[in-house]
Design a protein around this ligand. Sequence first.
Ligand code: ADP
Ligand code: TMP
Ligand code: ASP
Length: 239
Amino acid sequence: MQKMKQMYSGKAKSVYFTDQADYLILHFRNDTSAFDGEKVAQLDRKGEINNKFNAFIMQKLAQAGIPTHLERVLSDTESVVKKLKMIPIECVVRNIAAGSICRRLGVAEGLDLNPPTFEFFLKNDALHDPMINEYHIRSFGWATDEQVAKMKELTFKVNGVLQKLFADAGLLLVDYKLEFGLFRDQVVLGDEFSPDGCRLWDKETRKKLDKDRFRQGLGGVVEAYEEVAHRLGVDLSPL
Ligand code: ADP
Ligand code: TMP
Ligand code: ASP
């Protein structure tokens, strides 16, 4: 497969066309961003860890019957994915209160959410990813009702698979964000699942092992990502 010209460069990944119209190459960079691009830094090894972490998780999800865009890992920092028509919506599931829900609803960090809660956000940095509901999605035509139902179904199915996977590694899956797109009219999980887009706490100590270490200036960001990868059994050795 030939890597062709760049299609898009985001805050953490760059996307390349390939010589096959249905496939793209995702390049996971070391760039790390928080607060919709307000805080940025280069973190050594992060691109490589997230590329391999994401591939490991996407393979587990595919085995559980969740359609994902991942085709294969191409290099330490690149993966081949199906070219999706992205739906500009972020699907968030929360098992434990943290982050924006604490600010918005005045609840304490660490509160168990039983049953887990679900939120949609519009993917728009300039507007700081505002929370939206299904009526907005319908009125603005961002997705059909059928696609919305599928995104919710798949996002909750991911929770079932990953809560157990992380629990077996001594980790709490606090919350996470997923992005979906369309491939031949099918709703498919795209983008990435890595500690950049979820919250993971040690089950015993509740130590934060995700991008909150960067957001909150706690240090040891990449070391935390590596610890999670090692606990899960993700192979981080050079290809
Ligand atoms: P952002 O755009 O939020 O800054 P990234 O730096 O992660 O995010 O850039 C990756 C971009 O690629 C995102 O906009 C994401 O929606 C898009 N993307 C992810 N997977 C696919 C895919 N399979 N096909 C097309 N676009 C994708
Ligand atoms: P929040 O608490 O900031 O709303 O985020 C909830 C979860 O979703 C958290 O794990 C971070 C992730 N997330 C992103 O990765 N990118 C985003 O743009 C948003 C809104 C959330
Ligand atoms: N993912 C967003 C960003 O990169 C928001 C965040 O993680 O705080 O800015």
